[in-house]
Write a protein that binds this ligand. Structure first.
Ligand SMILES: Nc1ncnc2c1ncn2[C@@H]1O[C@H](COP(=O)(O)OP(=O)(O)OP(=O)(O)O)[C@@H](O)[C@H]1O
Length: 275
């Protein structure tokens, strides 16, 4: 057999092995910070959210209402001041390979190549040797062939996002948190990456939480969208997006969901906090 980077070295081993039956339960989550002047900033207040199974849940809300704060709590980078967050009935006490995050700026390590970035989580958890067969597959799935040995400054914004997406999937997470992952991309690349996310989710059965400011992106990708109030972030409302995939962005049903979300967001920004 001819050897080369396009040959799958371990075709018998699974790339993803999620049962898709996971559950995140956040109840009454409250978080505060101290600003530079030592004043208390009330970021989240009594915020609750449940994400069950392989669904994509969008979170939208005014700037500063605590969306990123919530994602950091879910992936275990911070602890809530009050309330609880559990994943598969276990209290979240820190980061775990079962919950990954894709940041707005991709956060690739500039001193590592594309394939080393994708492999980073495997090395960190000492599972590289048994799981390195995934790297060429993820490279191919994400259209990064030929750029495996490139460094982040040498690749385009779209490739950077693809690399971050591949990295988020490498440890077979049950839940991925996306914090405005596509906001820096042009409309064409963004639309392509939205389809990549849907394709990966269909294969991996991953639960996803997507923070976005883009109403159309929320309607295109999500099974339901929660709308938050201005800071301190609370639940303002929720909209189920029960349109079949692939979604047609100009269909009357799609446009109507977009209108409903916009109306909810308008209500969120015009209502006084706590109303
Ligand atoms: N580490 C921190 N120290 C101090 N204040 C913080 C910290 N992290 C967040 N905040 C504050 O908490 C509030 C919520 O921030 P967060 O980033 O979660 O909002 P967001 O909804 O994600 O905003 P955006 O949509 O603009 O990204 C903001 O007022 C922010 O300044």
């Amino acid at each position: 057999m001819r050897k080369g980077k396009h040959i799958d070295p371990r075709p018998e081993l699974p790339l993803f092995a999620s049962s898709g039956s996971h559950e995140l339960v956040a109840e009454g989550v409250t978080q505060t910070f101290l600003d530079e002047g030592g004043n208390e900033v009330w970021a989240l207040d009594d915020f609750s959210l449940t994400v069950s199974g392989p669904e994509i849940v969008g979170i939208i809300g005014p700037s500063g209402c605590g969306k990123s704060t919530f994602l950091r709590l879910v992936v275990g980078l911070d602890e809530p001041l009050a309330g609880s967050i559990s994943f598969d009935s276990e209290n979240i006490a820190g980061p775990s390979a079962s919950r990954s995050m894709v940041f707005q700026n991709a956060n690739l390590f500039e001193w590592l190549t594309v394939e080393e970035n994708i492999a980073f989580g495997l090395r960190a958890t000492r599972t590289y040797d048994e799981c390195k067969y995934k790297i060429p597959r993820l490279v191919r799935m994400m259209g990064l062939d030929g750029f495996e040995r490139s460094y982040p400054p040498q690749i385009s914004g779209g490739m950077t996002s693809r690399c971050a997406l591949a990295r988020s999937f490498v440890q077979n997470p049950a839940l991925i948190c996306f914090d405005e992952p596509l906001s820096a991309l042009d409309a064409f690349t963004r639309a392509a990456l939205q389809d990549e996310i849907l394709a990966m989710q269909a294969i991996a059965h991953t639960s996803m939480i997507l923070v976005t400011h883009d109403i159309e992106e929320a309607v295109y990708l999500c099974d339901r969208v929660v709308v938050m109030t201005p800071r301190p972030g609370r639940l303002q409302g929720e909209l189920v997006i029960d349109l079949p995939h692939p979604r047609d962005r100009v269909s009357p049903e799609f446009v109507e969901k977009r209108r409903q979300l916009l109306a909810m967001l308008d209500g969120s920004t015009s209502a006084p906090p706590g109303a």
